[in-house]
Write a protein that binds this ligand. Structure first.
Ligand code: COA
Length: 260
């Protein structure tokens, strides 16, 4: 499929999605969110795609937030709808994908940009990255899951401070907070994400999908994560990947998972 605001490339088991509005620092307008939904959906449904990497084009920004020009005139109901639609189409959607998603944060990740990175399963950042949720400086709060996912990742006190001050943290502070897993130079960022993807791809994609579901269960209201884990664990025993993984171990050879 061809897109106006993003580029999706497939190579060697990895789909790399690049948000491509560098002149607007890759700000997420409505069309970009819709295109991202389609690209993520298509990649997730393709059995050959083992990992998805998302990044921003240009050297300056991952995503500098939701496109402020689109919602500056909204009323209360339009505001609620904006957040609900965005969460459904992109942020919750990505968090619950079966295919692992790595955010390669290559510059500013602000507002909706940081919320997108936090929806991904893993985050890595280049050393020029700056992250924050500056919405209170615009008279609004994060609406794409930021008030929930930031405290989950860095703790309530730090999240309160970052959101209330509308401040930005650099990549190394984000690393210290556990907001990103690794920091690299700008040139090494995509190779680093690809290296992590390579390690993930050696394992069973169906087991990984189950692991994502079980881990997410820890953060969902009304879900008993331990029960979910028992269920997902049991389901693994019915998969071809389980047969291959255990047989390969006993035969002392690397597993060749069919992904079923
Ligand atoms: N929405 C819409 N447009 C945005 C944007 C956003 N979130 N972030 C940046 N842009 C646009 C700018 O309006 C500018 O467009 P123009 O050249 O047509 O005027 C272009 O991207 C470049 O941004 P600029 O502000 O000139 O770059 P800078 O290097 O001076 O500053 C930032 C970079 C990230 C500090 C600054 O762009 C910024 O504060 N952006 C908004 C961040 C934000 O509040 N995000 C949360 C939104 S809910």
């Amino acid at each position: 499929m061809s897109y106006n605001n993003i580029i999706a490339d497939f190579d060697n088991g990895i789909t790399t999605i690049t948000i491509n509005r560098p002149k607007k620092l890759n700000a997420l307008n409505k069309e970009t969110i819709a295109e991202l939904h389609e690209a993520f959906k298509e990649a997730d449904q393709d059995i050959d795609v083992k990992v998805i990497i998302i990044t921003g084009s240009g050297e300056k920004a991952f995503v500098a937030g939701a496109d402020i020009s689109e919602f500056a005139h909204f009323d209360v109901n339009e505001g609620k709808l904006l957040a609900a639609k965005g969460q459904e189409l992109l942020f919750d959607f990505v968090a619950h994908l079966s295919t692992p998603v790595i955010a390669a944060v290559n510059g500013f990740a602000l507002g909706g940009g940081l919320e997108l990175a936090m929806s991904c399963h893993i985050r890595v950042a280049s050393d020029n990255a700056r992250m924050g949720l500056p919405e209170t400086s615009l008279g609004v709060i994060p609406g794409y899951g930021g008030t929930q996912r930031l405290p989950q990742l860095i703790g309530k006190g730090r999240a309160m401070e970052l959101i209330m001050t509308a401040g930005m943290i650099d990549a190394n502070t984000a690393l210290g907070y556990g907001l990103v897993n690794h920091v690299s130079s700008q040139e090494e960022l995509l190779p680093l994400a690809q290296k992590i993807a390579g390690k993930i791809m050696k394992n069973s994609s169906v087991a990984i999908a189950s692991a994502i579901k079980a881990i997410n269960g820890n953060y969902e209201d009304g879900v008993n994560g331990f029960e979910l884990e028992i269920n997902e664990f049991g389901n693994c025993f019915g998969t071809e990947d389980f047969g291959e993984g255990t047989t390969a171990f006993l035969e002392k050879r690397p597993a060749d998972f069919p992904g079923k």
